[in-house]
Ligand binder design. Structure first.
Ligand code: MEZ
Length: 581
């Protein structure tokens, strides 16, 4: 009996040890004559939550780094790879951060340092010969500046129209601001709308967009945007983008915003799909490559000058240049210059959105339109600057103030909802929803995972958790539920009330306005050609996406940015390709 017990104990120890090795168990050390060996888990706070890394040490040197826990966005995969490679090759955490992903880079360094401290070693840095790769000028048909949704779309379309294309992206990874897009893409008369019995028309889409933009929009551009939107959905679907779920967005008369199945966030999926397609087609994508000048030969764009990762300049000569550098929502100085009342506001934008084009086009005398029109998004978590997609309201959430009262039709346009919030005590509001809404929209899982949601089993308890009167909150929700049942919002005339808020748990998140979209930018015509201050077409110069102005007027509708970048990205790519033939 005693022997069986001993064997069982031995077996138990062996199995546990094997399991620990298989899982890369934390903090095992052995000291050999050449130093410390083992694996050590270090942690740090990243952009979206905890990052835990398992660092393998052999002979007191880092030989491997594995991710144990990570809540960072999908698109940072390449950032992790790059940082790990750099740390391992240098056996040091004295490395450069990856542009566009500073917070994640710093968290990786802190986590590795934490693991190394647990290992009780001091790293001896290795000398890595940083031989500058030879930089040479190159020539191509078309060069695209910016690897967000507009740039990738333009590059694909140009390549499919038989042009050679180089795309440069200043970040170490593509996607730009599009990586953060969540709610979806507006389009009318699509197959997905008709499959869901939704009646819509390009004309209605046009009217909604013009009304939302306070008729300041360029109607010719809006006509293109709205008439070509269904075709764009087909084009994206053919590339592998999932746009099957159709929902409600502010300022739209019907369900028109297209997003992946179950209401999942669209941005990273769109970027990943387009990047894959561009690579398959042979687009030469050069990341960590910053455009510093557009070559100007007597008023004609003939390529760009760039700096590579190591700051080495070279020229990319091209027959046409497509500018797809995005807006300037992350550049607080520019935002305040053009709209001083936004001083101190946060931003939903990725750090990449710094309006680089405004300098790049100076020598061409390019015209700017609506440059003072800057939009705030009304449901952004203060300080954390995390946007809670409009689709949460579209799928049924309400907004309440600190008196536990609704104060606006939650599906009004962003300018209206933002202004109403700023009039409330504390200049923020609470977005309130229930389990019905959570289950209807996959994007909410990301907010839950990031710890942004306050959760309670009853409405009264939710009130307590956010420090407002629970009884009042219950009254407000009961009244709202009665409006849902009767199909009439007697207080604010909200047209679309998807669901009663009656299924526990209940959720709250504090939200307020933050800079979201810069509606102004380069003047283009319907062919995506850039127009000069004297009204002439600038030869060889095209632009698409948030870098342009005129499409959204004084206020962009939710869902129209992705529609804009993809439709005008396609137009720019196609027209640039026909120019170089
Ligand atoms: O188009 C947008 O900006 C959008 C739909 C944002 C969002 O709330 O998800």
């Amino acid at each position: 009996m005693y022997k069986i017990k001993r064997i069982s104990l031995l077996l138990f120890v062996i199995i546990i040890s094997m399991a620990m090795v298989a899982c890369g168990s934390p903090n095992e050390t052995t000291s050999g004559e050449n130093g410390v060996n083992g694996s050590f888990v270090g942690e740090a706070e990243g952009h979206n939550g905890k990052i835990k890394l398992n660092v393998t040490v052999e002979n007191s040197e880092i030989s491997k780094i594995d991710i144990v826990e990570n809540s960072e966005s999908e698109f940072t995969k390449e950032v992790f790879d790059k940082l790990f490679k750099s740390i391992i090759s240098k056996n040091s955490t004295e490395i450069d951060t990856v542009s566009g992903a500073t917070v994640t880079s710093e968290a990786v360094v802190i986590a590795v340092n934490d693991a190394i401290e647990k290992a009780g070693i001091t790293l001896t840095p290795k000398k890595v010969s940083e031989k500058d790769a030879e930089v040479k000028d190159v020539s191509t048909d078309i060069v695209v500046i910016g690897g967000g949704g507009a740039g990738l779309t333009a590059a694909i379309e140009a390549k499919e129209n038989d042009a050679d294309v180089i795309l440069v992206e200043k970040n170490a990874f593509v996607g730009g601001n599009t990586n953060l897009a969540t709610g979806g893409l507006n389009a009318a008369e699509t197959k997905y709308q008709s499959e869901n019995g939704i009646e819509d028309s390009a004309e209605l889409f046009f009217e909604d967009t013009m009304k939302g933009g306070k008729n300041k929009n360029n109607p010719e551009l809006v006509k293109i945007l709205t008439e070509k939107s269904a075709e764009t959905v087909d084009w994206l679907t053919e590339k592998g983008v999932d746009l099957t779920d159709v929902g409600v967005a502010g300022g739209a008369s019907v369900e028109r915003i297209h997003r992946p199945t179950g209401g999942a966030a669209i941005g990273a999926h769109l970027v990943e799909t387009l990047e894959k397609k561009a690579k398959e087609l042979g687009v030469d994508i050069r990341v960590s490559t910053k455009a510093i000048e557009i070559l100007n030969d007597e008023g004609k764009a003939t390529g760009i000058k760039v700096e590579d990762e190591n700051g080495n300049p070279y020229n990319i000569n091209a027959k046409a240049v497509i500018i797809a550098t995005g807006g300037f929502g992350a550049d607080q100085e520019k935002v305040v210059e053009f709209k001083p009342e936004l001083k101190g506001f946060g931003t939903t934008n990725a750090p990449v959105a710094t309006g680089d084009a405004l300098n790049l086009v100076k020598s061409f005398n390019a015209e700017l339109v609506d440059i003072n029109e800057i939009q705030t998004h009304p449901t952004v978590v203060p300080e954390k600057n995390k946007m809670i997609t409009e689709a949460v309201r579209g799928n049924g959430a309400i907004l309440i103030n600190r008196d536990a009262k609704r104060f606006i039709d939650e599906l009004e346009t962003r300018d209206v909802v933002s202004a109403a919030e700023l009039e409330q005590e504390g200049q923020t509001a609470f977005l309130i929803f229930d389990q019905n809404v959570r289950e209807s929209l996959k994007a909410i899982e990301g907010y839950h995972k990031a710890g942004l949601l306050i959760e309670a089993d009853s409405v009264e308890e939710l009130g307590k958790a956010i420090d407002i009167n629970g009884t009042e909150l219950k009254n407000t929700i009961d009244t709202y539920n009665s409006y849902v049942n009767n199909g009439k919002d007697k207080d604010f005339n909200r047209e679309n009330m998807k669901t009663e808020l009656n299924k526990a748990p209940f959720y709250a998140v504090e939200v307020g306005p933050a800079v979201h979209h810069t509606m102004g930018g380069l003047k283009i015509n319907t062919e995506a050609q850039v127009i000069s201050k004297s009204g002439e077409i600038i030869e060889g110069l095209f632009a698409a996406g948030e870098v342009t102005g005129g499409i959204h007027g004084a206020n962009r509708l939710g869902g129209n940015a992705l529609s804009d970048i993809t439709t005008f990205g396609r137009i720019a790519g196609k027209n640039a390709a026909s120019l170089v033939k």
